[in-house]
Design a protein around this ligand. Sequence first.
Ligand code: DLL
Length: 430
Amino acid sequence: MFWNREMETATGAELERIQLKRLKWTVKQASKIGFYQKQLAKAGIAPDDIASLDDIERLPFTKKQDLREGYPFGFLAVPKREVVRIHTTSGTTGKPTVVGYTRGDIERWAELIARDLTMIGLSEDDVFQNALGYGLFTGGLGFHYGAELIGMTVVPSATGNTRRQIEMIEDFGVTAINSTPSYAMHLAEVAEEMGAGLETLRVGTFGAEPWSGSMRKELESRLGITAYDSYGMSEMFGPGAGFECQERDGLHFWHDSYYVEIIDPATGERLGPGERGELVVTPLVKEAMPLLRYRTGDITMLYEDGCACGRGQKIARIMGRSDDMLVIRGINVFPSQIEHVLLAMPEVGEQFMVYIDRIHHLDEMTIDVEMNRDYFSGELKDLDRIQAKVTGALRETLGLRTRVNLVEPGTLPRFEGKARRVVDRRKEVW
Ligand code: DLL
């Protein structure tokens, strides 16, 4: 099933014509932003110089750090009164990245999600439980608008209150569940404890974090569903950029709306199908916040063109990151954020180690932190107080519950070269 057959199946010269037209518009739109005016001048290219798709290689890359430096509205190409909504990214030191949307952006984003969900056979006959966070995170509202556009019966359950979510699935006859894969695993466990059969459920769409093939098998058998991978990021509107079709072998990108490149993260050189590298995306339909050659930091590769479903070129499911960003229960965390929090607290030193485990299918982050002896009277209640303070400050900055262990000064490893402060003990997922 297609939502927009013409755009979804466009290939070859027809696709290139659409992409070029939209690329020219995007570069013009970007040139309204101070950052891009400077970058384009540095690269010696003006919007009118874009004559073919190959010219994209002359455009500068955009990095996450550039967006951070533009906080809060430095990357808006339209006056703020044309911005009808903002979302923010999780996981940046200090201030997050603010993503703005015009009314047209919200409509285009909803259409992309409608394409994704129609592609896997969902329709107005389905009841869609949207168990992703609503709010500044793009997941909840992003899917909500797309599912409503199709005309599905949307249950905006958001996250948490898991027993109640199971009851909703049963009471409302939910046919499709949308969440992070780790939350879906938790739902499965609680459903089993409650003896809930979840008979109506047949489809699960999971994303916002990496998940393995074995997790897919487990989710499918425990929830009685077919599970699909769903990929996106705040900077590209949010979810909906990449999605599996019924072949469930790689992610389709909507090539009329996103120009995809894979590069060698070290050299910036472009790579061909089958070569693993960093995904770089130029969104072609973003009005409020256009981006040029955005370096996603996600590692994947292009497939050869074509797919049995009739749509265009796919990329492999995400294989890892090119930077030190961690994705913990769907929330992006940079080790530098933890350092930032600890440095602001006199009770502890700046040495820390982070351990990440998957316990009962949920990511758990444990942080060992060295105490500052001057702030420790030797009494146990003092330790409890400091531990609660550190945990609270980390939760506030990361938006995440962590376990904090206070350890003696001088006991954590010191590094001569690049510090390795993170030990990820989750099984490799790709
Ligand atoms: O996670 C948007 C989203 C919401 C996607 C709901 C899917 C479902 P951010 O919070 O900006 O946006 O995080 C984006 O998360 O660069 C990847 O590293 C990671 N990520 C997202 N989806 C997947 C996936 C949303 N399916 C960052 N597989 C991305 C692996 C994923 N990693």
